[in-house]
Design a binder for this molecule. Structure first.
Ligand SMILES: C[S@@+](CC[C@H](N)C(=O)[O-])C[C@H]1O[C@@H](n2cnc3c(N)ncnc32)[C@H](O)[C@@H]1O
Length: 311
């Protein structure tokens, strides 16, 4: 027999538990989880506008579901992991433990790439490290909406080293109605990518960029929720991009005929932007890309987090 039956009691119980477990936004999180589990309006839960707030009786199975969600949140699972869905650029994406939960700042990367594609004649878009597929799928959606004749022939390839991530990405492409616009390929960076795809391609990539030693400083929420494969990239966080850029731009490279590459990296969050300096040096001095062909742009907090390389 359930101990709690009335909406107010259930919510009070959850709220107290959240305070005890130091959950950052207890009221908002509770409203989101209650709305989903109990089938109520999120807005009304937040504004406490339920007329029958003190009397509304909730069925046992709904309460069980809600209490289960509360338990997961107290164990520091994120809201998107609990619900299994994350909104990105207005689209819903399935998220599991096999993929990184899409981050809002990556929407900026998508927007920049899409604006670039509109103005430049490119053959293909290659998303390296696609994860949930949020970049490739959103670009596909935007292209679909434009219905421009010259964009119809652009092919989209979504790659990842993780088979499980690719399965999630395919489900998301289907969910968002663009499965027929995207090819999926298991590949360690460029390894299995057919050269025909690299011809005049725009590469867009959000590869792992966190230094391994930072794991100690990271929140349980991120460490438990996102796969390690999606987070870390060697000692300084730069291993994967260094390998990718060297493969792409080294003299005599097999892959030199791409058009451009957009990438996301660690901005250093108001401290010294170490990774930006590292990539600048690598691209300008070691790989001899021209100064005018490299630029950086900012995220919502004004930190340079994205790079653009024109070839
Ligand atoms: C930071 S997540 C980004 C996921 C998604 N693109 C996004 O922006 O939310 C990085 C992704 O790169 C993949 N990855 C890691 N190492 C890789 C490699 N060597 N080659 C290809 N993909 C890799 C991971 O599996 C993960 O899905």
């Amino acid at each position: 027999m359930q101990k709690y039956k009335i909406l107010k009691d259930v919510l009070d119980f959850a709220k107290n538990k959240f305070y005890k477990h130091d959950i950052e936004n207890p009221s908002l999180d509770m409203a989101i989880l209650a709305a989903k589990a109990l089938g109520l309006s999120k807005i009304q839960l937040i504004t406490k506008e339920y007329v029958s707030f003190d009397t509304l009786s909730i069925s046992d199975d709904k309460i069980q579901k809600f209490l289960y969600f509360i338990e997961l949140r107290c164990k520091k699972n994120s809201i998107s992991e609990i619900l299994g869905i994350k909104n990105f650029y207005g689209l819903d994406f399935i998220v599991t433990n096999d993929v990184l939960t899409p981050r809002p700042e990556t929407e900026i990367l998508v927007e920049k790439v899409f604006n670039y594609i509109l103005k430049n004649n490119i053959n293909n878009i290659i998303d390296i490290g696609t994860g949930s597929g949020c970049i490739a799928i959103t670009v596909a959606m935007l292209l679909k909406k434009k219905r421009l004749e010259n964009l119809k022939n652009i092919k989209i390839l979504a790659c990842d080293i993780s088979e499980k991530a690719l399965e999630v990405a395919k489900k998301n492409a289907k969910k968002n109605g663009v499965l027929d616009m995207i090819e999926f390929q298991k590949s360690n960076l460029l390894e299995n990518i057919n050269k025909k795809y690299l011809e005049n391609a725009c590469i867009v990539t959000n590869l792992p960029y966190i230094p391994e030693s930072d794991a100690k400083k990271m929140s349980e929420e991120v460490l438990n929720g996102d796969p390690k494969l999606a987070l870390f990239s060697g000692k300084t966080g730069t291993d994967l991009y260094e390998k990718l850029f060297t493969d792409l731009f080294q003299e005599n490279s097999n892959f030199y005929n791409i058009n451009s590459c957009f990438f996301e990296f660690d901005s250093g969050m108001n401290t010294e932007n170490i990774q930006k300096k590292y990539y600048e040096n690598l691209l300008l001095n070691k790989l001899e890309i021209g100064n005018n062909d490299i630029s950086f742009f900012e995220d919502y907090s004004g930190c340079e987090r994205f790079g653009k390389i024109l070839v």
